[in-house]
Design a protein around this ligand. Structure first.
Ligand SMILES: C[S@@+](CC[C@H](N)C(=O)[O-])C[C@H]1O[C@@H](n2cnc3c(N)ncnc32)[C@H](O)[C@@H]1O
Length: 248
């Protein structure tokens, strides 16, 4: 009886979250949607990301997430921060990476790249304006990719994941962070005109893109216990023989 009640409550909450979520990514034409996202981040919403990292605690916690005990980039000689935004993760990557590693940040929004440039002024970094759906890089040229809070802004997430898998070398690693489809995620999706992602759906997209679900990460034990803080997952690009087994 209690189990039925709990299941019913969960079902109602899921329906509420789905109603609350922004519908823009599905409703707007992909080209127009990309333009809207670029304008959003060029403007005040982009500036706001300079403080949201401190409000959510992600800014200080990111130093633990990218490191020997979390997403370990030691030994990686080419690293891409796809959708680098204001350079929050790029700054940490530059500190953690091997001294001879090439580190690149790309973003759709010039406004965000300018913010990243300011933040990284003491550490010259390659910053490129590029769309993660069509990257200006050859196949298999990166050993590691950071892809933080960008997937939810893509008109078609599978297209973006396939493109990132293309530029990642086989066996290479990716840290994917994205907004989850809970109530907080649905509110975020409203503010940033993006989607909120279902964990099982994300797993399936990764499988289709040839990215293996290596392990889930959490900001802290507190986040893990309450299942808060979004979806954080370390992925690996599948070796050739495993990739052939993936469906459409
Ligand atoms: C929420 S911010 C995250 C920035 C950064 N990764 C971080 O976590 O601090 C999302 C960023 O993704 C960028 N973005 C959105 N769609 C993109 C696309 N198709 N290609 C490249 N960047 C994109 C936006 O311009 C914005 O800077």
């Amino acid at each position: 009886m209690t189990e039925t009640k709990t299941a019913k409550r969960r079902h109602l909450l899921r329906r509420f979250n789905s109603w609350l979520q922004s519908k823009l990514p599905e409703r707007v034409d992909p080209t127009r949607y990309n333009q809207l996202i670029r304008e959003t981040y060029d403007g005040p919403a982009g500036w706001f990301t300079l403080i949201t990292g401190y409000l959510t605690g992600h800014e200080p916690l990111a130093k633990r997430l990218i490191g020997p005990k979390g997403f370990d980039i030691r030994g990686c000689k080419s690293i891409l921060d796809a959708g680098t935004g204001n350079g929050r993760y790029l700054r940490i990557v530059k500190r953690q990476a091997d001294p001879d590693a090439v580190v690149v940040g790309c973003d759709l929004s010039l406004g965000m790249l300018r913010r990243a440039r300011k933040r990284l002024k003491n550490s010259p970094t390659l910053l490129v304006q590029a769309d993660v759906n069509r990257l200006p890089y050859p196949n298999e040229c990166f050993d590691a990719i950071i892809f933080g809070w960008v997937l939810e802004h893509l008109p078609n997430p599978l297209v973006g994941l396939r493109e990132l898998a293309r530029v990642l070398r086989r066996g290479g690693k990716m840290l994917l962070m994205t907004t989850e489809d809970n109530t907080l995620g649905a509110i975020t999706s409203r503010v940033y005109h993006c989607r909120a992602v279902d964990r099982a759906q994300l797993r399936e997209w990764c499988r289709q893109a040839g990215l293996l679900w290596h392990r889930e990460l959490w900001w802290s034990r507190f986040h893990r216990a309450l299942r808060l803080g979004g979806i954080l997952v370390e992925l690996r690009r599948a070796p050739r023989d495993e990739e052939n087994n993936h469906g459409p």
